[in-house]
Design a protein around this ligand. Structure first.
Ligand code: HEC
Ligand code: HEC
Length: 297
């Protein structure tokens, strides 16, 4: 019995050793096989397929827009062994980080003794440089004293950056660049690649019904009947509806782009308009409603 046990234990141990050996060999093999792409590629070029997943990379701006400072605060725990972030907080292994975004790189911070590596970078911390720094401090400033591996997940990095920004900096987030043309419909000015769903738009239109009918020949109410409004002249006809001068002054026709702007924020589109409706802030909902308006002739 004991013999048998030893044999089993022996084989178990042996296969473990073989597995380890294989892992190490394949590790070397695959490393040798890796492509070397420029550091920054991932976050700055839109719509480029990544090596890992094949899915399109998201721009830093878009990541920041979607980032959550509360999650960033939670992730900041991994920084707290070295950094305080409260206003006037003490320096530790690393400098206090209050208001660091927009501040000079490796400057001030209560006389913290920065490395020459980081001092040599110069300039100010902005969203892009913080993103590079937190991705891989040693790559950003070879020789830095910050012995922290970096945050590899772009979304987590964005969370941390918006959290840092909320602590004494409060810089406006960079604008999200328009996505490359989707090419499908040809409505160039329509919101980036958002495709509307008329059925969903019909549901969302419930919030317009207090003021608008949309059935062909329907009565005007607080607002004009909207049947066939897409493609028609702005603030014209509609059974003699008494439009505001503000909207009449716009001229032109309702196309996807003007409908989009109007429904996003009526008062910004036509200051002085009679349409007392805050607007649809959700891009998808707006696209849905526009698709619905277009479907009712
Ligand atoms: C092991 C300690 C340690 C950890 C963990 C650490 N840091 Fe640092 N950090 C430092 C040190 C040391 C410096 C100064 C680097 C130098 O002078 O080269 C620094 C510098 C910085 C700076 C530049 C400050 C300035 O005024 O230029 C920022 C920003 C920063 N850290 C953010 C972070 C964030 C965010 C995290 C967590 C995701 C983090 N650090 C994790 C030690 C650390
Ligand atoms: C509180 C009432 C109210 C609500 C709610 C409302 N509207 Fe209006 N709408 C108006 C009024 C009033 C006008 C005329 C504006 C003017 O003359 O300045 C108007 C004008 C319009 C026009 C321009 C019509 C034309 O012929 O030029 C469109 C398109 C429109 N609304 C769509 C919508 C949609 C879609 C919704 C829902 C997402 C909506 N409205 C919600 C009151 C409203």
């Amino acid at each position: 019995m004991a013999d048998r046990f030893n044999t089993i234990a022996g084989w178990t141990l042996f296969s473990g050793i073989v597995a380890l050996g294989l892992a190490s060999v394949s590790g070397h093999y695959f490393k040798a096989d890796k492509h070397h792409r420029p550091e920054k590629m991932g976050y700055e070029i839109e719509g480029v397929a990544s090596e890992e997943g094949g899915k399109a990379e998201v721009s830093l701006e878009a990541l920041l827009a979607a980032a959550d400072p509360a999650k960033g605060e939670a992730a900041f725990k991994q920084c707290q062994s070295c950094h305080t972030i409260n206003q006037g907080g003490a320096n530790g292994i690393g400098p206090n980080l209050y208001g660091v975004l927009g501040d000079g790189v490796a400057a001030g911070r209560g006389g913290f003794a920065f490395s020459d590596a980081l001092k040599g970078k110069g300039g100010k911390w902005d969203f892009a440089s913080l993103n590079d720094w937190l991705k891989n401090p040693k790559a950003y400033a070879p020789g830095t004293k910050m012995s922290f591996a970096g945050i590899s997940d772009p979304a987590e990095r964005a969370n941390v950056i918006v959290y840092l920004n909320s602590q004494g900096s409060n810089l406006p987030l960079p604008a999200v660049p328009a996505a490359p043309a989707a090419g499908a419909e040809g409505d160039k000015a329509a919101p980036a690649a958002v495709v509307g769903d008329a059925a969903k738009g019909e549901k969302a239109f419930a919030q317009c019904k207090a003021c608008h009918t949309i059935n062909p020949g329907g009565a005007n109410g607080i607002g004009p009947n909207l049947a066939g409004v897409a493609g028609e002249a702005v603030a014209q006809g509609r059974g003699g509806f008494a439009f505001s001068d503000a909207l009449k002054g716009k001229g032109g026709k309702w196309d996807d782009a003007t409908l989009n702007e109007w429904l996003k924020n009526p008062k910004a589109f036509a200051p002085g308009t009679k349409m007392t409706f805050a607007g649809l802030s959700n891009d998808q909902e707006r696209a849905d409603v526009i698709a619905y308006l277009k479907s009712v002739k």
